[in-house]
Design a protein around this ligand. Sequence first.
Ligand SMILES: Cc1cc2nc3c(=O)[nH]c(=O)nc-3n(C[C@H](O)[C@H](O)[C@H](O)COP(=O)(O)OP(=O)(O)OC[C@H]3O[C@@H](n4cnc5c(N)ncnc54)[C@H](O)[C@@H]3O)c2cc1C
Length: 380
Amino acid sequence: MRNPFDNDERRAFRATIARFVKQEIEPFGDVWDEAGTFPWAVHARACALGLFGFGIDESYGGLGFDDAFMRTGSAEELGRSGIGGVVASIGARGIMVGLVNALASEELKARSLPEILSGLKGGALAITEPSGGSDVANMQTRARRDGDSYVINGVKTFITGGMNAAYFVVAARTGQVGVEGISLFFVEAGTPGFSRTAIARKMGWWASDTATLYFDECRVSASHRMGEENRGFLATMNNFNYERLFMCAQMLGMAKRCLEESVGYAQQRSTFNKPLIKHQVIRHKIADMSARIDAMEALINQICWCVNEGDMPVAEISKAKFFCSTNLEFVANEAMQILGGVGYLRGNSVERIYRETKVMATGGGSAEIMRDLAVRQMGL
Ligand SMILES: Cc1cc2nc3c(=O)[nH]c(=O)nc-3n(C[C@H](O)[C@H](O)[C@H](O)COP(=O)(O)OP(=O)(O)OC[C@H]3O[C@@H](n4cnc5c(N)ncnc54)[C@H](O)[C@@H]3O)c2cc1C
């Protein structure tokens, strides 16, 4: 569908990302996914395209401008690769650099942002704990003030990019129970008291490293507190908006990939003496998939327009997150059905996307929590 907000610059940026995906990710995706890892050089290549520099000053290696359409356009093209593990691993830095840029000290920004944004080093965001990810306000990890330091104790889990990252944004309780007792900290991988173990054997995102992080009397300088003490919850929630918008666009790309694969297969496969695409049931599946994709795309574009206007439509982003994941699940399911037995075989993007729909419905805010947030934002 034509996008009324498209322009030459956005088209050019998206084409660059699409080319990168086609040439430098897709041909190797299966091998990397099976291996559970991929060369670090891919991070640097992706970062060189400016994927994570939106809204960050050029002096730190950022782009010096922001554009929600370019953010989502690149996310869509990455999603279209159908290799979510690589996207998640590269993209882990994308969910923490905004917080570093907004809240870290000048010294930390000057030191870490150029390294993260150039792909030299990895970054990760550590919010979720073994006791739960949805109820962020109830987190158990603690940071106690001790002179010029904070001492962190606790465990974070499911942390994307956590095994390879050099820098972490870690949320910990510094005050009372609830939303007003949480602060954010910049923690470096080599800090005494910090350790990590890999989470293996995930349902999807195989190429991505996922970690459990342990903080045992982990001492960081007070200058590593990001933002005001006990004000980390709101900053975390604001940061989620960009993560969720990115994920919506990624899901749009994944759904488009499923549709493309379905149409391609239905055109070349014949049953009962005619191409699959000529059977009405299959044609209706294609129509249903396509209609849902159009709706996802229109919603994302409208949200991008609001964001570029300086408005952050939290309710709409929350609705879009579960709307996109519900539709992606539908589209991936139909695509699997159209591919028949072939869809069940490893090494095709529909099979991989089908497995990766669940993390899109849970990570970054589950479908249930998104519904709760949307209704709350509606003042109900
Ligand atoms: C592959 C992967 C990568 C991830 N990467 C990161 C990362 O980089 N950083 C990070 O911090 N976290 C990460 N996460 C964690 C993710 O954000 C959480 O899994 C998510 O927030 C849900 O938390 P939970 O798994 O603890 O589920 P829980 O909070 O225990 O919830 C379990 C189920 O109950 C539902 N539920 C919870 N409360 C309610 C309620 N009040 N009403 C109705 N239903 C409810 C939830 O929707 C969910 O379906 C990742 C997760 C995965 C799987």
